[in-house]
Structures are given as C-alpha cells and as structure tokens.
Design a protein around this ligand. Structure first.
Ligand SMILES: NC(=O)c1ccc[n+]([C@@H]2O[C@H](COP(=O)([O-])OP(=O)(O)OC[C@H]3O[C@@H](n4cnc5c(N)ncnc54)[C@H](O)[C@@H]3O)[C@@H](O)[C@H]2O)c1
Length: 288
C-alpha cells in the first residue's frame, strides 16, 4: 500500500506468482474516496495477467469483477469443504459490492431452501433480495430480507458476513450448532464484524491464509490479543484441507469458522480462468 495523501488516496498493489500455472499477476486497486464527487469510481481496479514463461503481459481484466468472483469463490470453497451436506438455510449480512457473489457461492455449494439477508437499511435490503431472487432464480432458493441480524441467522446452516463494520454484526451465542461461517469483511486491525463469542463456540477455525489474516484482520487479531482465543485454536488454512493435511468437518454439530481477507493468488487463478475461457471463445480485445 502506498498512501497518496496529496489526493486523500492510496494505491494498493497485490502481486502473485503460481509456478504450476506458469502465470504471474498483479491486481491494482486504488482507493480515492473523493472520486465519487467527480462521478468516477472510488476504487478503480484492474488485474494484469503475466505469462510466467516469458514475462509478457497477456491480459488486463476488470479488477472489481475478478475480486467479486474470487472472494465469492473463497466462501464457496469453504462451504463446499466444511459445511454440513444437508445445509438448508443461509444468512447473508451485508448487501454491498461483494454480496451478490457471496450469495451465489452459498447456493452453488449447497442446495438451500432459503437465504435471509440483512443490512442496516431495510428498504435497500428488500430491493437487494428482490433483485437477487430474480437474478439467481435458477438455483431455486428463496431470498428474503430480514429485519434484524438475529432473524437472519436464526437456524442458519451457512452464514456470510461481508461488511466493513468495526462492531460485531451478529450475536455469536445465537449461531446454531453445525453452522459454518465465512467472515469476509474485516481487513484492518480495528475492523471486527465477527462476534468473538462464536470463536469460543467453534470447534475449528480456518483461514484463506493465516499469515495474511494475522497481518490485518481485527476479527481474529482483537480476540487473540485480549485472550479470548489463542493460536492453539487455529485449525489451519483451507488449502491444507484440500491437500488432505488438515482435517475438515468431523461431526454435524461442529460450528466452523472460516476467515478470509483475500490473497493475490486468488486473483491470479480467477483471472487466468477468465483469460483461458476468453481465448477459447475468441472474446476480448487484442492489442497487438
Ligand atoms: N476477504 C476478501 O477477500 C475481501 C474482498 C473484497 C472486499 N472485502 C471487504 O468486505 C467488506 C464488504 O465489501 P463490499 O465491497 O461489499 O462493501 P460495500 O461498502 O459495498 O458494502 C458493505 C455493506 O455492509 C453494510 N453494513 C455495514 N455495517 C453493517 C452492519 N453492522 N450490519 C449489516 N450490514 C452492515 C453496509 O450498509 C453496506 O451495504 C469490506 O470491508 C471489504 O473491504 C473483503
């Protein structure tokens, strides 16, 4: 992160290299809050994809869309690997830019009857629920607005929190046994959307990257510092579950927490997938 105080902005650069895919990438997300007054996006973002065999830049992709997809995919992978197979109810807290992909990820991972959605403004929440009900109708899941986070998480098997909140956005004592949570929002030390009570009730705590989470996420750092949890409570990274070196869910009553902050590798893999599909279908604009 390079701050640009002259314009109250910041440049964020997220590089990655995956030798197995012979691909490197960098995502650039620039945060310029005053852009909104000028009719410009406040967080313009692009991903540059690089051919790992020769260093040539092969593609420029919409970084906002890549972020939505890869952040949704992280939750989707966590639910796919860790949630009860018979999960029927979902809860989504936060209806902003990342929310649609999070909602779809829940529906892809499990056959849900209903997802209850909560945000601070009920009218906006109702609009979001109605729009999603239409856009995602192929999944056959009802999408309903909830008037409180208590109502949203009641009896929920899958829970996503995706807000920039600095105060817990749900009551951890009301999470039902067997639930799986993906907490997406907090990425700075003061941000805490997860109620630490749920960490004390959880049998297992996973991360997308423990190193990345411990360098930025208040959701884990605050309870770690005040002694609510210790590092001995951490189960491991989701990738280790995929590789079989760390166990996943072991019984249907376990509450499982997944904390994701997002890493450059997720952008790379997602961008490479899009690029390969685009090449295959002859879509895109060639610049040489
Ligand atoms: N983990 C990752 O990889 C990753 C990736 C992208 C974004 N994020 C983070 O996720 C968060 C959400 O991103 P976004 O782009 O959707 O943000 P956004 O600003 O578009 O939307 C956030 C939404 O959260 C709602 N909200 C805030 N406090 C709430 C509360 N207490 N209860 C219910 N709703 C509340 C807001 O009203 C808003 O609708 C941000 O903190 C962002 O930095 C994480």
């Amino acid at each position: 992160m390079i701050p640009a105080p002259k314009h109250e902005g910041a440049f964020l650069f997220m590089p990655a290299y995956v030798a197995d895919l012979d691909t490197a990438s960098i995502k650039i997300v620039n945060i310029f809050p005053k852009n909104i007054d000028k009719g410009m996006p406040s967080a313009p973002a692009q991903v540059l994809l690089v051919d790992g065999t020769n260093g040539l830049i092969t593609a420029v992709l919409d970084g906002t869309y890549v972020t939505q997809l890869r952040t949704g995919a992280a939750s989707g992978a966590a639910f796919d690997l860790l949630a009860r197979k018979d999960a029927k109810k979902g809860a989504l807290i936060g209806t902003g830019g990342q929310a649609a992909a999070q909602l779809e990820a829940m529906m892809v991972a499990r056959r849900l009857e209903v997802v209850k959605v909560y945000d601070l403004n009920l009218e906006r929440t109702k609009e979001f629920a109605a729009r999603m009900q239409e856009e995602l109708k192929a999944y056959g899941t009802r999408v309903e607005a909830a008037e409180s986070s208590d109502e949203a998480i009641e009896d929920a098997d899958l829970i996503v929190t995706v807000t920039p909140s600095s105060k817990p956005v749900f009551d951890g004592s009301k999470v039902k046994k067997g639930a799986t949570l993906s907490c997406v929002g907090s990425y700075q030390h003061h941000m805490q959307e997860m109620d630490p009570v749920v960490l004390t009730r959880a049998s297992k705590i996973y991360f997308d990257s423990e190193e990345a989470v411990l360098s930025e996420a208040g959701d884990i750092l605050i309870p770690l510092e005040d002694g609510t949890i210790t590092k001995a409570d951490f189960t491991g990274d989701l990738g280790a579950v995929i590789l079989g070196s760390v166990p996943g869910r072991e019984d249907d009553d376990e509450i499982i927490v997944f904390k994701t902050v997002g890493i450059g590798t997720q952008d790379l893999v997602t961008a490479k997938c899009i690029y390969d599909k685009a090449i295959h279908r002859g879509i895109g604009t060639s610049w040489d």
